[in-house]
Write a protein that binds this ligand. Structure first.
Ligand SMILES: Cc1cc2nc3c(=O)[nH]c(=O)nc-3n(C[C@H](O)[C@H](O)[C@H](O)COP(=O)(O)OP(=O)(O)OC[C@H]3O[C@@H](n4cnc5c(N)ncnc54)[C@H](O)[C@@H]3O)c2cc1C
Length: 451
């Protein structure tokens, strides 16, 4: 059986890897538009300031493809799918490529919000970062134009990680975010505020509640800055846009696959056309698109079984998990982080939360009927393995509190409870002369959870 995969990002490559692990005789072929073997996009910002070069990013070198007997054709764009005859048309080639089963792993591209002059200036002072070529292009533009001031539109994970690397390049850096807080998809308002302070302490300026309306140009058509809807203007000679993703679905449409925002798939990662599957950033399942690596990995596992006829495993979605990758900042957000937002509070939902401003630490745990539904951990990494292991599982209060290091303290005199997960101050930080409601001193309290 000949399986052709379009796209050699993590979703396409892991599909090939999993297929090979299940069957050593399959013919597996990958067509990839980019001219690089499988690499990680995570460290792309570090190419810009030359902390890394593109070879450092490559994960599977030529020998991996050879030893796994996977044929990989780079720099080959699939232009059309002839799904009736089960053949692919490759750009610049006359011979069509036959397949028995086809996997679309075409990924996504950065979204460009509707901003005056953004599309017109793309590649000429306005850039997005998705691949190695983009990073090289940005680096060359900075060098060739003696860039000094950069505005990054988008205060999400990628925007902030990019901002840090731009700042490390000694450029004046401003992040502009539409929402009233940074990382609006990962943080609540309290933690967003703490993060803003830390980001600003790195020397990165932050503008919130800022809808960019226009990219301002000089008379010679170079970048002058941006104009925000409320009238604010920010000077810049280069603009980087990291404002979400758009799944790559044009090819799918040409094969009459059902699409909405992404390519619509069922729980087996099957599209509406027989023998055509889709995985990764390009898919939409249950009205959701993911855009994160854990989802690609889950889907690549399931599609491999599905292609080989095993219908015992179904895709049920992936719990969103994000970590901000800036050295010195420990920040992880997983699952549901703000049930207040969803109007879910009550009805079995419980929040354990502590803001320790002294040590810049924020912990928030969301439970429903004792099941761990989500967490924000800021300035705290010891609890991450426990949270990852137990997400969507029932947890024991004692174990959870040990993992997150937030305890209930009980007064030996009156039984009053001081719960660190509900109070603002940790028990150890209460002043020495602090008194219980019954008048007992601090020393009369014992840790309820460790006994
Ligand atoms: C800078 C950056 C940092 C990131 N950091 C994180 C992180 O820390 N954690 C995390 O979970 N996620 C992160 N992500 C997101 C993550 O990289 C994506 O979720 C993941 O790359 C998606 O993989 P994919 O294989 O679905 O698509 P892609 O990686 O986009 O790969 C798809 C490939 O298909 C190719 N292709 C498309 N159409 C065709 C065609 N017609 N013919 C041939 N080839 C085609 C594309 O050129 C592309 O190379 C980051 C992304 C970026 C850009």
């Amino acid at each position: 059986m000949r399986i052709v995969i379009i796209g050699n990002g993590i979703a396409g490559t892991f599909t090939a890897k999993n297929l090979r692990a299940l069957d050593k005789d399959l013919e597996i072929i990958i067509y990839a538009q980019e001219n690089y073997p499988y690499y990680s996009r995570i460290k792309l910002p570090e190419l810009i300031n030359e902390k890394l070069n593109f070879n450092d990013l490559i994960i599977f070198k030529d020998d991996w493809y050879k030893s796994n007997n996977i044929k990989s054709f780079l720099n080959k764009k699939v232009e059309k799918i002839d799904h009736i005859n089960k053949k692919l048309i490759i750009k610049g080639e006359t011979e069509k490529v036959p397949y028995d089963k086809l996997v679309l792993a075409t990924g996504s591209m950065p979204s460009i919000p509707s901003i005056k002059n953004a599309n017109q200036m793309l590649g000429n002072g306005v850039f997005t970062l998705r691949n190695i070529d983009n990073a090289i292009e940005i680096q060359e533009f900075i060098k060739n134009n003696s860039i000094k001031k950069v505005v990054i539109i988008g205060g999400g994970l990628l925007g902030l990680e990019l901002a840090k690397q731009i700042k490390d390049y000694n450029l004046n850096t401003t992040v502009v975010e539409f929402f009233p807080r940074l990382l609006p998809r990962q943080l609540d308002i309290d933690c967003g505020g703490m993060l803003r302070e830390i980001i600003e302490n790195l020397g990165i300026k932050v503008e919130l509640n800022a809808t960019t309306e226009e990219i301002l140009l000089n008379d010679n058509n170079s970048i002058k800055g941006i104009k925000i809807k409320d009238g604010r203007q920010i000077e810049a000679d280069m603009i980087l846009i990291q404002a979400g993703i758009t799944p790559t679905i044009d090819l799918a449409k040409s094969a009459e696959l059902n699409t909405n925002r992404g390519i619509i798939v069922n729980e087996y990662l099957e599209t509406n056309q027989k023998d055509i599957y889709a995985v990764g950033d390009c898919i939409e399942y249950n009205n959701q698109i993911w855009g994160i690596i854990p989802a690609c990995i889950d889907q690549a596992n399931i599609v491999a079984s599905s292609i080989l006829g095993n219908k015992n495993v179904k895709y049920k979605g992936t719990i969103p998990k994000n970590t901000l990758k800036i050295i010195g900042i420990d920040l992880t957000s997983i699952g549901i982080f703000d049930p207040e937002d969803k109007d879910l509070i009550g009805a079995g939902w419980q929040i354990l939360k502590n803001i320790d401003e002294k040590s810049n630490c924020y912990k928030k745990i969301i439970l429903k009927d004792n099941k761990l539904k989500g967490a924000i951990l800021f300035g705290e990494k010891n609890a991450i393995p426990y949270i990852n292991k137990n997400i969507e599982k029932e947890v024991e209060d004692k174990e959870l509190r040990k993992a997150i290091n937030l305890y209930e303290w009980i007064c030996q005199i009156c039984g009053n409870i001081y719960d660190e997960a509900k109070e603002e101050i940790l028990f150890k930080d209460l002043p020495k002369d602090w008194k219980c409601v019954c008048g007992a001193s601090k020393s009369e309290y014992k840790n309820k959870n460790l006994n």
